[in-house]
Design a binder for this molecule. Structure first.
Ligand code: TXA
Ligand code: MG
Length: 316
């Protein structure tokens, strides 16, 4: 990846404005929150979201949390009702992330949810960052602002140590007050589930809902092939690493190709990641039943693309 000059923005009027400007232009900005610094991008911009995974060197397309300035903005991207709404009203702004049905009309890039129909959303408890989110006027996808596998950053210096030269800016909000990631709550069959313990204690959830909130499956646990039902997979069957498609197969190309369908004609892995879920959906919509996918290099974002493709190709 090319080295870019990373701006170190201060927590003042000019810094807030500049951070919002970067977000509106599809750039990557590390934002402080009360938990940890997040690596933010416009969640409605496919390429910007793909760049998050590239900058973090994430080997998998884990879904990302949306950051919004208030409950009304959250309702625009997710359908919050019942217990989810009660928790939102009780604890936002604060270190609580809620999983709720995604509103298709919000135009959120499919990479944000990894193709799921539920989206994670939260309102961070930091005036500075909520003002940036208000001015950016788009939902901001943000995983922790660290290189994948390293500890989460709680100061602007930590962000710069890992990501300097890979992102456009970091907004310096000083040290994070909570210091651990948000508590994630999901709902299955209507019941609340603690998916990740975090900054908001489980006891507080239980007290608000009047019922214990039990630990659910950890969303970070890798999903084995065969347990793929919760992931988006196309109806078409996939064969990977194909240079010569068989009769009856439609080639999904990468790099210079005569094929009608392609992840990136120029062989750009960021573009390929940004297009991946869209192309699979479009090929389904076109009624294609067998897809032969051209080889994708195992470098940079290629790791995550190949991971996602092999899940989509797993027997089901
Ligand atoms: O405190 C936090 O939550 C920080 C700050 C920046 O807000 N963010 C954070 O993001 O910790 P990240 O990407 O490091 O962790 C997000 C977690 C992952 O475990 C992911 O699997 C889960 O949230 N997640 C996000 N969207 C999901 C979805 N649609 N379905 C299931 N799990 C989801
Ligand atoms: Mg993280």
């Amino acid at each position: 990846m090319q080295d870019i000059a990373t701006e170190h923005l201060q927590a003042d009027e000019a810094g807030i404005d500049r951070a919002a400007w970067h977000l509106r232009h599809g750039h990557l900005v590390a934002l402080p929150t009360e938990t940890v610094y997040g690596l933010g991008a416009d969640a409605t911009d496919d390429l910007a979201v793909a760049r998050i995974f590239g900058a973090k060197q994430r080997p998998r397309f884990n879904p990302l949390i949306l950051h919004v300035p208030d409950l009304a903005a959250a309702q625009a991207v997710a359908d919050l009702s019942g217990d989810a709404l009660r928790l939102a009203e009780a604890f936002w702004p604060g270190p609580l992330t809620l999983l709720a049905p995604l509103r298709e009309e919000a135009g959120v890039a499919p990479l944000v949810t990894a193709g799921h129909d539920r989206v994670a959303v939260r309102v961070p408890d930091l005036d500075l960052t909520r003002e940036v989110l208000r001015r950016a006027a788009v939902p901001v996808a943000a995983p922790s602002a660290n290189i994948s596998g390293k500890v989460s950053p709680t100061r602007a210096e930590h962000v710069l140590n890992g990501l300097s030269g890979r992102i456009e800016a970091v907004l310096d909000g000083g040290p994070c007050t909570v210091g651990v990631e948000s508590t994630i709550v999901g709902f299955d069959n209507g019941g609340p589930r603690l998916l990740r313990p975090g900054g908001l204690p489980a006891e507080a959830l239980a007290e608000c809902l009047g019922t214990a909130v039990h630990l659910g499956p950890d969303p970070e646990t890798p999903i084995a092939p065969g347990q793929m039902s919760s992931h988006y997979a196309p109806s078409a069957r996939l064969r990977l690493g194909v240079t010569e498609p068989l009769p009856g197969e439609t080639l999904l190309g990468f790099g210079p190709t005569e094929a009608e369908w392609t992840l990136s004609r120029s062989g750009d892995l960021t573009e390929a990641a940004a297009r991946l879920f869209h192309v699979l959906r479009e090929m389904d919509a076109a009624g294609i039943e067998r897809i032969a996918v051209a080889p994708i290099p195992m470098t940079g974002l290629g790791l995550a693309i190949n991971d996602r493709l092999s899940r989509a190709a797993a027997p089901r």
